[in-house]
Write a new protein. Sequence first.
Lengths: 111, 114
Amino acid sequence: ELKVEQNPLFLSMQEGKNYTIYCNYSTTSDRLYWYRQDPGKSLESLFVLLSNGAVKQEGRLMASLDTKARLSTLHITAAVHDLSATYFCAVDNPRDDKIIFGKGTRLHILP
Amino acid sequence: SAVISQKPSRDICQRGTSLTIQCQVDSQVTMMFWYRQQPGQSLTLIATANQGSEATYESGFVIDKFPISRPNLTFSTLTVSNMSPEDSSIYLCSVEPAGNNEQFFGPGTRLTVL
């Protein structure tokens, strides 16, 4: 059974600092997603990572994937208050093509 | 990508009643999914809505409680039946357009059961 674990689950940090959110998963997969959710809103797709060593960047966010380690990271550079949200990673289960979500990381950036 | 709308956006319902949520997509898609997000929690897949056949339910979810319709490739409904306060959640539909490697989510329906 595919399990997806994120850590930390809660993160409060100062503007201007760097930090990394980790996503581990338990079985082989070739697709990993990062989503952002603002309070009371739906999910916004941030990144889709499809291969080992994939790295994608958008603004202050950078995501990477290591399929051998079954690990993805979402790195935040010089955080700003607007990045406060909950970030979910999700992994595609190759057995049935359904995606399994992590519990999410609630990020609060202090101005 | 895909543009997805859901109706209603929110509702407050009495215990024991049922609510039907609609999901409309701006293009034909094979795969449509229904998720539940309980307060402060992650997303849990309820079922996959299949066009022309019965929905496929995940463990812990049954058709009598969450009947689903999928009359065509752009539309689906999820009914939450005989509601109780434990059904208070956000319900989201999502789609995975052909040739796309990602799922897109609708805006969600926030349900409160009193």
